[in-house]
Design a protein around this ligand. Structure first.
Ligand code: SF4
Ligand code: SF4
Length: 306
């Protein structure tokens, strides 16, 4: 796994990843496998080719240009053999329909900070800043890089938000604490067995880290993805509220994030499986109901959405 992370997207003028107008930087690589993940290109730590089949006209340029022989035409259609692809990116330069896209680009710390600083004026006008997201930005092998990015942005007077699952060594969170304004901290599923089932790992580390961050006075926005058939129940919401209150977690705000399946098409483009029959979108009345459950328990800043 790379120590310099790959970045798969830099989203300018984002308004869903924290306060004001922000630049959201998406890091590749994640130790979790949330069943509803809408950024499947974020999961692997390595670069990979996204092949948008529906845009392909079978012109054959990628067949001719790929030195690995990863593409062939069968019955008038392109067949892409991912096992042969080295993600060199050559075919992306030759595909005029943009059916080919490379997920993963390297930036030096200074280049990334410079890119983010281009919109500083918008951050200042809107109370925004930069959000580091993923994948999992707190993945241990990236921490020297992440700390350096956070420190430089902070020294340049830019607000830094970290979007994290919290699934990391606490030392990683602690070392960036001086430079981070807010952690956008996910609580996905409370039941440990269900957490393993839907996310692939146990949740005890995540909950322990949240307690420690709160005890140290970190800025915290708690984010709950709400997925029908997974966690859209009163019992789950009650369990989250109980945990937050019992542990005196100081959440500056709570964000309830309704599931959507916008990322569904990307799974096919990456030859990955998507379990859409096991998840559905919660109706807006249910989201309002969950919001009022938090409000009735004294949480005064509860939003539906990011
Ligand atoms: S170059 Fe693009 S459009 Fe042409 S065959 Fe390859 S993927 Fe399809
Ligand atoms: S990214 Fe490189 S190796 Fe992969 S299909 Fe394209 S040209 Fe071939």
């Amino acid at each position: 796994m790379a120590e310099t992370p790959y970045i798969f997207n830099i989203q300018k003028f984002s308004t869903h990843d924290g306060d004001g107008v922000r630049t959201t930087i998406f890091f590749k690589g994640c130790p979790l496998r949330c069943m509803w993940c809408h950024n499947p290109e974020s999961q692997h730590y390595y670069k990979e080719l996204i092949f948008h089949h529906h845009k392909c006209t079978a012109c054959g340029r990628c067949v001719a240009k790929c030195k690995q022989g990863a593409n062939s035409i069968v019955d008038g259609k392109i067949v892409f053999d991912r096992s042969k692809c080295t993600a060199c990116g050559v075919c992306t330069d030759w595909c005029i329909t943009e059916a080919r896209e490379l997920a993963g680009k390297e930036y030096t710390v200074d280049a990334l900070v410079k890119e983010a600083m281009k919109d500083k004026i918008f951050y200042e006008q809107s109370g925004g800043g930069v959000t580091l997201s993923g994948g999992e930005v707190m993945a241990s092998q990236h921490m020297d890089y992440v700390e350096e990015v956070c420190r430089k942005l902070h020294e340049n007077g830019v607000s830094v938000f970290i979007d994290t699952s919290g699934y990391t060594d606490y030392e990683n969170l602690k070392r960036i604490l001086p430079y981070v304004d807010v952690f956008l901290y996910d609580i996905k599923v409370m039941d440990p067995e269900d957490h393993k089932k839907y996310i692939g790992v146990d949740n005890s580390l995540i909950l322990e880290n949240l307690k420690k961050l709160s005890d140290e006075g970190a800025g915290l926005y708690i984010r709950l993805p709400i997925i029908q058939q997974v966690n859209a129940t009163d019992e789950h919401i009650e369990s989250v509220i109980h945990f937050l209150k019992e542990n005196n977690i100081h959440a500056r705000q709570v964000n309830l994030l309704p599931y959507h399946d916008i990322g569904k098409g990307k799974y096919a483009s990456l030859d990955m499986e998507y379990h859409d029959d096991e998840m559905s979108v919660p109706v807006s009345e249910l989201m309002e109901h969950f919001k009022s459950m938090f409000e009735e328990q004294g949480f005064n800043k509860v939003n539906i959405g990011g």
